[in-house]
Structures are given as C-alpha cells and as structure tokens.
Ligand binder design. Sequence first.
Ligand code: GLU
Length: 513
Amino acid sequence: MNREVRVRFAPSPTGALHIGGVRTALYNYLLARQLGGKMLLRIEDTDQTRFVPGAEQYIFDSLDWLGIKIDEGVREGGPHAPYRQSERKPMYRQYADRLVAEGNAYYAFDTNDELTAMRERLVAANVPNQQYNAVTRMQMRNSLTLSEAQTQELIASGTPYVIRLKVPRKEEIRLHDLIRGWVMVHSSTVDDKVLLKSDGMPTYHLANVVDDHLMAITHVIRGEEWLPSAPLHVLLYRFLGWEATMPQFAHLPLLLNPDGNGKLSKRFGEKYGFPVFPLNWNGIDAETGNPVQVQGFREAGYLPDALLNFLALQGWNPGTEQELFTMDELIAAFSIERVGKAGTRFDIEKAKWFNQQYLRTRPDAELAVQVLAELGAKGIACTPEKAEKIVRVMKERATFPTELWSEATYFFEAPTSYEEAVVQSKWNPEAARLIGAFNEALAAVEPFTADAIKATLNEVLQKHGVKIGKVLQALRLTVTGVGHGPDLMQIMEVLGKEETTRRIARALNTLKA
Ligand code: GLU
C-alpha cells in the first residue's frame, strides 16, 4: 500500500530561525508538494531551559514571508493536534514506560555529582568517550544495578530519576539515508541517552520518534547535525515495534561559511555584512540570556522568491544549467537524490544575483508604489507616472529595491556640485564645446525620448568626428553631477527637455573649462 507522503519541519523555538533551517523547511516543502503529500510544522519545545519567547512567532513569520505553506501545524491545526510538543507531554510517558517494561530502557537515579564523578574516573583512565553505556551503566545507580525492590522504593519515595535507553552492547546499527546511502554505526559508540527527564518531559529523541510515528511521517528531512542521533532513533523504532513504518531519512549537508570553515555563522555574516537569518529580530540568546539582534534578509532588501530560488540551489542541483526557477518549477524538478553529500559554501554573491534577476521581473507599477512611499517619507514630491519612469530606468542596474530611490535624487534636484575626479579626467574645452552644441540641438528634439536624444547626440558627434566615449561621462556629469549611473538618455527623457537643457547650460557655466 502506498502511504500518503507526510513530511515535517520540526524547529525548536530557541532563537531566530537560521537560514539553514529555512532551507530544510524548503526542501521538505518541495518534496511534499511534488509528491502530493502534506507538510507539517511541529514545534519541538521540550527543552524548557532553552525556550526563547518570540522564537516561535519568528518561525511563523519567516515561513509566511517566504510563502512556505504548512498543511498541519500549531496554527493550522490538524488530525494530530496539538503540534507543540510541550502540549503533548502526557503522551510520551507511556512509551518510555513500555520501553522499561520490555527491558529496552531503565530508570537511572544518578545525581549530577555522580555523573560528573563517573566522567572524571573515565578521563583519568584515558577512556576517550566518557559515555553512559553498556559498560559504565553497570557501575551506576539504576534499575539494572539495583534490585527491583530498591528501585520501586526510590521511585515511591520521590527520588528524582530519568529513563535511559538501553543501547545494545555489540551491534552494528544500519540505517539507510536517501543522501548518504547506508550508514553503519556500532552501538558501542552510542550513549544510553536520556529519553524521559526527571521533570517528566521527554527529551528530543523520544518526543521526535514518538511524534514522527504518531503523525505518520514518511520522510525525515533534516540537517546533518542530526545524523549522529539517527542510530538511536532507529533503535527506538525497533524497540517500539514501529520498524515497518519507520520514515525514510535524508540528512542535508551543512551550509558552510563562505571560506568553507564551519557551519554558516552569525559572526561570519556580521563580519562580511550579510544576513544569515530571514527576518530582523531582537530577542534573547538561549545560552546566555543576553539580548541579541539579528539582521534579516527581508530587511536587507532580498525578495522572498529570489531567496528561495537561491536557497534551493545551495545544496541541490537540477543537473542542468537552469538557475532561475519558479516555485512550481522547483517543485517539479526537485529530488533528494540530487542533494549533494558535501557541505555547501554559502555564496552571498549568488544570492545578490538572484535578487537582481527577480527585481527586474517585478512590475514597474508595483515598485513605483514603494518608491513613492520612500520619496514621500523624505518629503520629495513625485507623480506616480514619474515614479514609474524612474523605476524603469533604475531597475536594470539595481540589486535591492532601496537602490531605486536612494540613488534617484538627481531625478528631483539639479546637481549643485560635480564629482571632482570626473571633472579632472573628463572635462576639457573640447568636451564643453561638443556638449554645448548638443544642448543647442536638443531644442529641436520632439518628442523628447531616449532614442531621439541619442540620435541627436550621435549626429552632433559625427559632425565633429568624435567618438561618444570622449564626452559621455562629461555629459552625465552635467545632468546628474556624478560619473556613473543608469542609462543617461533615459534619465534625460524622465527629466524632460526643459530641465535637461537647463542643467546642461548651468553646468557649462559653472564648469567653464
Ligand atoms: N528540533 C530539531 C531541530 O531543532 C529537529 C530535528 C529533526 O528534524 O529531527 O532542528
């Protein structure tokens, strides 16, 4: 029987959602949509000590901004509600109890001091991994070393305890990963992980496996940092008798810092001036409790569809040269098999390139609304028609929407000064003479369009046997005050004949070669 494909994004609300997490959500989403399945959002908040207020809302806001739609989750509800693990607390206990009853888990009463002492003993004995495992468990205070009566007495008297998984002593644990193939782990390297904490809360491992089973998850697509936990999860599926419906695993390679060193970090982003989180956020750090501020891709001017297109290709490749994909195209083309095994260096220049491409496809009228609002806030009057023309001129060169208005002041104000370096290198009597002739010729240009202006300029230059490169920058200077910018003929068209000729005349006067 073919099961309905069900995937989940299962973040912990411990801070701003990292862009790597966004990519994980995206890959889950693409697979769900491609296979006509469901995408779940489960909030894994069992670690109360790392809970950060606002982090859950940040996850929702990020997914909303990006247009990653969730079928079942905390906000959407669904047949397996609640989707917040802290609200599912009573459900987990029975599974831990069952594992104990069937001899696959045990009660452990060790205090923190006793655990520390154990680790110190192992360090002193040069044991490389100080684990609570098949060997060391026999020297500790747990239901395997204590009698049944002692155990029951301790529990009855309210002694704090945890429930630990009884990892088999010698066994090759095999698991199949859709990206890595078969992964083999020897059980002697796996810890007897805590499944249920002394406050009755499940740990990540127990809650994750129980929920994936109860929620009928078919594919677990998550970051590579969870690969070491996967053998433990395989054991849990087996001990709980759920092997037949165990999800398929796909552990995604890490997003690395651009220099290839380590997981993409906030620190690295700050150093080189790029965001590693989707949205701005002022929150607190789960580890230190100190305030943290993060910069978002959204606020830095990235467009959501551009960011998604970029992220899709940071780890997955379509096997063709195609780079620009609509969401529907991504859904059709995506495959887990084409996700690489090696970590991906985060390529912010590529992200900018995608943004530029997507910005160009935005309708002028839509961007003009934004431009009008920004100009309005600066107290600059502008008509919608002019704003649209400005957008048309600026769009081709811009990477971020802000560039549409931040560099557009010369559309509203005649230059009051001229870029000195350009004056030095490009302004000379010949240029002045030619520009003067051109300005006179402009009087007859009707209608005043970029093409007609260009034709006039070419005529004047031809008559004098001069190439356009000789005067273009100087001419730009007279109109905008600076030596670079978008197509000058288009700028002149937007300014209109009167304003253009006035500016040129004024510059000729001021700059007197
Ligand atoms: N709660 C884990 C996280 O924060 C989920 C890992 C998983 O998907 O199993 O990434």
